[in-house]
Design a protein around this ligand. Structure first.
Ligand code: PGA
Length: 255
């Protein structure tokens, strides 16, 4: 049995006051959600205030990134300890925007995954191909490198405490979503990679989210696919009603 995990990635949106308001709206809208694990990822700046809003609710707190070192001269960065103290449950790692603009590599993803796990938080490991890679027939090669890189040195027990987000880069923020079939095929391939690394039991237990222009209109179709176990939502997570429009179809789906 896999959990459906749906997380809102707010990216660099919302002031602290706006974040508190949106978090309160999500808590109210999600109060009857039982089967889906719901999480929201505000900016670092808003995490502490949003944590207060989420206390006692069924909505989990996620951070958008982390540094792998404990502390020190890393201007602009935030450590896993700092996130843990605030009550963060999930940490998004290796988002394509981090990879494209801020030099994230499979190696830094791996270091961050290990650090986050050492403090009992759950990494959401983002992978996905660009359009050029897909068109050039390199989809499987790219996903293989990213998965093997992210999971290097992780035991089966550790792998069980991860979530993957498959996010085709060409679908992120573009309004173009992968079709149900395209997404399912990529997810099945990612699961086959996990099977190679850890065997079928473990692979069948790891939730693989889809991300990339997921919205209420396409959520039910995507979530119904065999190997799609949730979503990482950008634009559509910035309003409570559209976010819940993605979460609600997940309530009745069993994996
Ligand atoms: P999007 O972003 O839903 O706006 O495409 C998804 C993501 O980047 O996680």
């Amino acid at each position: 049995m896999r959990k459906i995990v749906i997380a809102g990635n707010w990216k660099m949106n919302k002031t602290v006051a706006e974040s508190v308001k949106l978090a309160a709206d999500v808590v109210a809208a999600a109060k009857d959600i039982k089967n889906v694990v719901v999480a929201i990822a505000p900016t670092y700046l808003a995490l502490a205030k949003v944590a207060e809003v989420l206390k006692g609710s069924n909505v989990k707190l996620a951070a958008q990134d982390v540094h792998w070192e404990n502390q020190g001269a890393f201007t602009g960065k935030v450590s896993a300890d700092m996130l843990k103290e605030i009550g963060v449950d999930f940490v998004i790692i290796g988002h394509s925007e981090q990879r494209t603009h801020f030099g994230e590599t499979d190696e830094t993803v791996n270091k961050k995954v290990k650090k986050v796990q050492s403090l009992d938080m759950t990494p959401i490991i983002c992978i996905g191909e660009t359009l050029a890679e897909r068109k050039g027939g390199r989809l499987e090669a790219v996903l293989t490198t990213q998965v093997n890189g992210a999971y290097a040195g992780l035991s089966a027990d550790e792998a069980l405490r991860t979530v993957i987000a498959y996010e085709p880069v060409w679908a992120i923020g573009t309004g173009v979503t992968a079709s149900d079939d395209e997404a399912q095929q990529a997810h099945a391939f990612v699961r086959s990679l996990l099977t190679k690394l850890y065997g079928d039991n473990v692979a069948q237990s790891i939730s693989i989210q889809y991300g990339g222009s997921m919205k209420p209109e396409n959520a039910a179709g995507l979530l119904a696919q065999r190997d799609i176990d949730g979503g990482l939502i950008g634009g559509a997570a910035l309003k409570a009603d559209s976010f819940l429009g993605i979460v609600t179809p997940g309530e009745s789906i069993k994996k």
